[in-house]
Write a protein that binds this ligand. Structure first.
Ligand code: SAM
Ligand code: SF4
Length: 342
């Protein structure tokens, strides 16, 4: 049964007067890579029966859209390794057609983009974030464990060829991609791709991440740009933890995602749904609401689900608990990013 989302119910406003308009959905915890800061090499994945079916994911997303969510980001794990995921994108495209959804997008490691770029475009996706930490083949292998750089580069080319706007996300790793800052920046610039640096977060078991690189503060990354370019701060905000600058020499926009600082929480407009139907109101807090039970409570009506969503949003905390101060990682999360969705 395909659910529509009209008439729209009252918008989702949390106790701190923030409107929730952005839903990030992890559609699988599985991945074809094993990035050192994200997964251990021998990951135990969830039993398949625990995952929401694609039809259930559709009902979830449709219900959120009916409650005012305007932007949907599909993530994982690697979203493009989930079977039939393109059909899910096509189905979500109907909310773009109706105007209820303003943007349908995804975050991907790029490995399957050569195969799916055209399908994503046809479904209404216009922008993708591709995670890529290095342009060196051996280093790529080291950081992803299982990935092949060439495959990702071909995926990015395919995405650009069909007209998708691509943003590259790189996790900042001291001593690892630090020497590549200018190379990666120029490579993105030549292809008209924005670049965002992400500060590494203490998620799950960090495995042998320590052997590859260390915490590279984005303050230092920013300083490294100052050494190479004329850098202008941009006022642009997205309701998320990103700050942007422009490089005057190239006109490129560079983003810095510092989830460990508290300065974005006051404008946070997002919540995250795991592949098992748990809603995390904040990436840095353990509090969650089990929406799967509410979803399965009634197959003909979304009323229980809507009530559960409203109750969950009422619990959205003011801010998160990460703290890297004094060289100690406080507020460390036990769950993996691939479960919650990055
Ligand atoms: N597989 C897709 C990908 O890699 O883009 C989507 C899921 S991945 C969990 C989403 C993003 O989270 C990626 O950009 C990845 O680099 C980032 N990420 C994973 N673990 C992280 C960590 N511990 N700290 C910061 N970013 C992390
Ligand atoms: Fe997979 Fe993305 Fe995690 Fe890397 S960061 S292991 S590509 S989910």
């Amino acid at each position: 049964m395909r659910f529509t989302c009209f008439p729209m119910t009252a918008p989702l406003i949390d106790p701190f007067a923030r409107a929730i308009t952005y839903l990030r959905v992890s559609v699988t915890d599985r991945c074809d890579f094993r990035c050192v800061y994200c997964m251990s090499e021998n990951m135990t994945f969830l039993p398949k029966r625990d995952l929401l079916t694609l039809e259930e994911l559709d009902r979830m997303c449709t219900t959120f859209i009916g409650m005012g969510v305007e932007k949907l980001r599909i993530t994982g794990g690697e979203p493009l390794v989930r079977r039939d995921i393109i059909q899910f994108f096509r189905n979500m495209g109907r909310h773009l057609d109706s105007g209820a959804l303003k943007e349908l997008t995804l975050t991907t490691n790029g490995s399957q983009l050569a195969k799916y770029a055209q399908d994503l475009w046809d479904a209404g996706v216009r922008r993708v974030n591709v995670s890529l930490d290095t342009l060196d083949e051996d280093k790529f292998k080291a950081v992803t464990r299982w990935g092949r750089l060439q495959q990702v580069l071909e995926g990015i080319d395919a995405a650009l060829d069909v007209g998708l706007k691509v943003k590259i996300n790189a996790v900042a790793l001291k001593g690892f991609n630090e020497p590549e800052l200018a190379t990666i920046t120029e490579w993105c610039g030549k292809r008209g791709m924005d670049l965002t640096w992400i500060e590494v977060m203490p998620m799950g078991d960090m495995g042998d991440y320590d052997r590859i690189g260390q915490y590279w503060s984005l303050k230092e990354v920013r300083r490294a740009y100052d050494d190479h370019y004329t850098v202008t701060d941009l006022a642009e905000r997205t309701g998320g933890p990103a700050r942007y600058v422009r490089l005057e020499e190239t006109g490129q926009k560079i983003g810095f995602i510092t989830p460990l600082s508290h300065n974005f929480c006051e404008s946070c407009n997002r919540v995250r749904l795991t592949c098992t139907g748990q809603l995390y109101m904040c990436l840095g807090q353990e509090d969650m609401a089990d929406l799967r039970a509410a979803l399965r409570a009634d197959e003909t009506s979304t009323a229980p689900l809507e009530a559960a969503i409203r109750a969950a949003i009422n619990l959205k905390p003011k801010g998160h608990d990460f703290d890297y101060s004094r060289q100690k990682v406080d507020g460390q999360m036990t769950r993996h990013m691939s479960h919650t969705g990055g």
